[in-house]
Design a protein. Structure first.
Length: 106
């Protein structure tokens, strides 16, 4: 999956806005249009496509233990956010994590 495909996946959710709030870099934010709350941050880490997603802390800890593609969030609160390496995780699991983040931030 590339960045455009990931953005298209995020846009399938209702009332999503993708923007670039940072003057430098290529990180993109997915947020709810009305509340403007973030639910995802698209980044590259060491040349790998990744996404930061909000997650229930108990679930987050479990996911990190069982899946090496999920680590404590890069540059965000590590209790409530995970970094997921997009091309190292099953697509259905990625979709579930995106939806979970989306719902937590409504």
């Amino acid at each position: 999956m590339d960045k455009i495909e990931l953005i298209d996946l995020l846009k399938k959710l209702e009332n999503v806005l993708i923007d670039n709030p940072f003057s430098k870099g290529n990180a993109l934010v997915a947020r709810h249009k009305e509340s403007r709350k973030w639910f995802a941050l698209i980044i590259e880490i060491d040349g790998k496509l990744a996404i930061n997603l909000k997650c229930d802390p108990i679930k987050s800890d479990f996911l990190r233990q069982v899946n090496s593609a999920i680590i404590p969030a890069w540059h965000m609160n590590k209790v409530h956010w995970n970094t997921v390496f997009v091309n190292n995780i099953d697509l259905n699991e990625l979709k579930e994590l995106i939806e979970h983040s989306y719902e937590l931030t409504k």
